[in-house]
Design a protein around this ligand. Structure first.
Ligand SMILES: [Zn+2]
Length: 192
């Protein structure tokens, strides 16, 4: 058990006030809790921060770099760790308790650039992807087993950013295609 002092003020800042993206909040709270009441002097090895958030050391380093670039993590007084051997000195961080703002909304799963602009011609599905989908689905409609007028269908529509990946594609026959109605997008034909 460790009984290090915990700075509730800094924890509250992360939770209530800091404009921190959700995916970085865990890393920031672990660093902030080890600060003093002014939000200064947090010194923990990256491996220890990673252990507490359950993330990898590499991901923790990326989180710290992003928090630094967002101005939510500042370099503190490095003389606080001068008593430690040079190879074992963690970086000392301060957190800016005065910074308050709205938390950013998480980015959508598929980026906006992938969404089809009106009238723009779609790129053909790569042959390797097409072959893999037909092989996985047994060269037949995955709903009824028919082999008539087969076409690839995007499960998550292209118009809403669905990617051309094997996971997002399936084989449907002409009949199941038309039954799907407006929700379906026929995007590639076996005949071409
Ligand atoms: Zn079918």
């Amino acid at each position: 058990m460790d009984h290090e002092p915990v700075c509730m003020r800094a924890i509250d800042w992360v939770i209530d006030d800091a404009p921190v993206p959700a995916e970085l909040a865990g890393t920031l709270v672990v660093i902030a809790r080890a600060c003093d009441d002014q939000g200064q002097g947090s010194s923990q090895p990256v491996a220890k921060i990673a252990k507490k958030t359950g993330k990898s050391v590499k991901q923790t380093q990326r989180d710290i770099a992003r928090l630094r670039s967002l101005g939510l993590l500042l370099l503190g007084d490095q003389t606080l760790v001068h008593n430690l051997a040079s190879g074992q000195r963690p970086t000392v961080y301060d957190v800016p308790l005065h910074i308050k703002g709205t938390k950013p909304v998480r980015a959508p799963r598929y980026s906006a650039e992938r969404i089809a602009p009106e009238g723009v011609r779609r790129r053909p599905i790569p042959t390797a992807v097409r072959v893999a989908v037909f092989a996985r689905d047994g060269d037949a409609c995955i709903k009824c087993g028919s082999t008539h007028l087969l076409a690839l269908d995007r499960i998550y529509p292209w118009s809403r950013g669905g990617p051309d990946t094997v996971e997002n594609l399936r084989v449907l026959c002409g009949s199941c295609n038309s039954r799907k109605g407006a929700r379906i997008e026929v995007i590639d034909d076996l005949a071409d």
